[in-house]
Write a protein that binds this ligand. Structure first.
Ligand SMILES: [Zn+2]
Length: 172
C-alpha cells in the first residue's frame, strides 16, 4: 500500500487533514483508532471532557484522543466530503466524493456534536462561514440603503428650509 493520501496541517480551527493526492469517491482514507470503551468508562471519559469519543453504538465507544489517531484531526463540516462508517467495532473515514489534493478532508460529526460541543452559531465550516458572510453582507447593504435614504431625506428637508427662508426674506 502507498502512504496515506493526506497530511495533518493547519486549518481554520487548529489542525486538519488535507489531501496530498487525489482521493477517489468511496475509498477508505483512515481508520479512527483507539481503545474501545463501554458503559461507565465511556461515560466517565465523556464527563472528563474527552472530545474524541466516537460512539459506535449504544454499547461501544472508541476513545480516539491519542495523538497517534490521526483521524481525530479531521474537522467537522456541515457540507462534508467524507463520512465515517463502521465494520463491526472498527470505524473508518471514507471519501463521499472525489477529493482533490490540497482539499481539507472533513466529515459531519452529527447534530448532537454540532449543537452541544461546537455550538450551531460557532461552526467554522465553509458552508456556515459562507452563510454567515452572506447574512452580514445583506445586513451591510440594508444599513447602507437606510443611510442613503436618511441622507436624501435630510437633504430634501434642508432644501425645503432654504426655500422657505428665501420666501420669507423676499416678503420682508
Ligand atoms: Zn457548519
Amino acid at each position: 500500500m502507498s502512504r496515506r493520501p493526506f497530511r495533518v496541517g493547519r486549518a481554520r480551527t487548529g489542525l486538519g487533514l488535507f489531501a496530498t493526492k487525489p482521493i477517489r469517491k468511496n475509498s477508505r482514507i483512515v481508520e479512527y483508532k483507539g481503545p474501545l470503551l463501554t458503559g461507565e468508562a465511556a461515560e466517565k471519559a465523556e464527563n472528563s471532557g474527552n472530545r474524541y469519543l466516537y460512539e459506535i453504538n449504544s454499547r461501544w465507544t472508541i476513545d480516539g484522543a491519542a495523538r497517534s489517531n490521526v483521524a481525530r484531526y479531521g474537522n467537522h463540516s456541515c457540507n462534508p466530503n467524507a463520512d465515517s462508517y463502521n465494520v463491526k467495532r472498527r470505524v473508518f473515514i471514507r471519501a463521499m466524493r472525489n477529493i482533490k489534493p490540497g482539499e481539507e478532508i472533513v466529515y459531519d460529526y452529527g447534530i448532537d456534536y454540532l449543537k452541544n460541543v461546537i455550538g450551531k452559531s460557532n461552526c467554522q465550516c465553509s458552508r456556515c462561514r459562507k452563510r454567515r458572510n452572506k447574512h452580514a453582507a445583506e445586513l451591510r447593504t440594508k444599513r447602507q440603503r437606510k443611510a442613503a435614504k436618511l441622507k436624501r431625506e435630510s437633504a430634501a428637508k434642508r432644501a425645503a428650509t432654504r426655500a422657505a427662508k428665501s420666501k420669507s426674506a423676499k416678503k420682508s
